[in-house]
Design a protein around this ligand. Structure first.
Ligand code: PLP
Length: 424
């Protein structure tokens, strides 16, 4: 930050503080990660200077010969990574990717099925405060309340709702659900009622790329799975902030038109370049190993929390994230209090509603934790056990003294595991 600290010391000082925060606290927010130095460099490149409305070979402005090659490279790498007939790498964020898919596949007022927000779904899956809930008629499916398979996706309910509401689209995927979702039975239900299937892989895209989560575009039989898959590039995929869409040929044209000119203006080609770098990294053997370690770490952290007396929603995890029900640990402890205490101890995570939560979304009875970022720093199962024990120590004691002690231990732990891109 040589130039910036000279030209704009006020802003540069803020970046130094944020770098220090990222380096000295434990990042357990399930949607976050650390990019490589190469991804950071591409994000900060001269491509930010270029306007490139349109698509490779079909731009509205001149001077796009190099940009066309950059975007084509990103498209080819995305297609190879997800074995996709078609890809669009322009969406600025996951929310935009979903908006583009809806704009292409739905008319205002159309019925859509998606996971309920209070049981793991995302705001763009029909929240009344989001455009999705205002423009389309979303109906929510959820998880099972009772044994067996308590808190696992309720496929019977999904099928009943599909037959009752005849949705144009079934949205699959979640922001707080710790289990693998198999598209196979959902594809069958969608075919029965004449719906398309959108798989929102915002959280699990990196796990799919690593081969530790099934690719929703294709069923195990080799037949078509989801028609379209939207995903963010900054969560488990470990790229720049942004998103992309992959899908089968018959949705390609409509979604390309929905992204531009339907929804966005000029693409962020510096971000697209960084996506290309991230797609290349995600195709490497070391990324497959990373995906395996992310899941192994999540399972070790989950076991450690369970041994400390926390109940795990759905009984465990298959992915990078864990949803903890705080009520068995201590009925008086709510998610907001727990999040604030842990924040003070340098453990960064978020409170989250659990299925059938009696508390409000602002307070909640749960915590959501993810291992994608800590795994990137090189932490392994030994460190996960330590993290589980530090969390329990803070939440059991809830005194300033213990918070201070744990803060110091967190500092020491983080000093031994410096994230890539933050080494200087
Ligand atoms: C994170 C997320 C999104 C939105 O991504 P943004 O880049 O924050 O807009 C969409 N869907 C799901 C399931 C997510 O988890």
């Amino acid at each position: 930050m040589g130039v910036l600290s000279k030209e704009d010391p006020e802003l540069a000082a803020l970046l130094v503080r944020e770098q220090e925060r990222q380096r000295s606290t434990l990042q357990l927010i399930a949607s976050e990660n650390f990019t490589s130095a190469a991804v950071l460099e591409a994000t900060g490149s001269v491509l930010t200077n270029k306007y490139a409305e349109g698509y490779p070979g079909r731009r509205y402005y001149g001077g796009n010969a190099v940009v066309d090659e950059v975007e084509s490279l990103a498209i080819e790498r995305a297609r190879a990574l997800f074995r996709a007939p078609w890809a669009n790498v322009q969406p600025h964020a996951g929310a935009n990717a979903n908006a583009a898919a809806y704009l292409a596949l739905l008319a205002p007022g159309d019925p859509v099925l998606a996971m309920r927000l209070d049981q793991g779904g995302h705001l763009t899956h029909g929240s009344p405060v989001n455009f999705s809930g205002q423009l389309y008629r979303f109906v929510g499916y959820g998880v099972r309340q009772e044994d067996p398979n308590r808190e696992w996706l309720d496929l019977d309910q999904l099928a009943d709702l599909a037959r009752a509401h005849h949705p144009r689209l079934i949205v699959v995927g979640a922001t707080a659900y710790p289990r693998v979702i198999d598209v196979t039975p959902i594809r069958a239900i969608a075919d029965e009622v004449g719906a398309r299937v959108l798989f929102d892989a915002a959280h699990v895209a990196g796990l799919i790329a690593a081969g530790v989560y099934p690719n929703p575009l294709w069923l195990a039989s080799g037949e078509r799975g989801a028609d379209v898959v939207t995903f963010t590039t900054h969560k488990t995929l470990r790229g720049p902030r942004g998103a992309a869409i992959v899908g089968h040929e018959d949705v390609a044209k409509a979604i390309d038109k929905a992204v531009f000119p339907g929804l966005q203006g000029g693409p962020l080609e510096h971000a697209i370049a960084a996506k290309a770098v991230a797609f290349r990294e995600a195709a490497s053997p070391s990324f497959r190993d990373y995906g395996r370690r992310v899941v192994a770490n999540a399972q070790t952290l989950a076991a450690s929390l369970e041994a400390e007396g926390f109940r795990l929603v759905s009984g465990g995890t298959d992915v990078h994230l864990i949803l903890v029900d705080l009520r068995d640990f201590d009925p008086e402890l709510d998610g907001k209090t727990a999040q604030d205490l842990l924040d003070a101890a340098g453990i960064t995570l978020n409170r989250n509603q659990i299925p059938f939560d009696p508390r409000s979304p602002f307070v909640t009875s749960g915590l959501r934790l993810g291992t994608a970022a800590l795994t990137t720093t090189g932490m392994g199962e030994e460190e996960m056990k330590r993290v589980g024990s530090l969390i329990a120590t803070v939440l059991r004691a809830r005194t300033d003294e213990v918070v201070r002690e744990v803060r110091q231990q967190v500092r020491e732990l983080c000093a031994a595991f410096v994230p890539p891109g933050l080494a200087s």
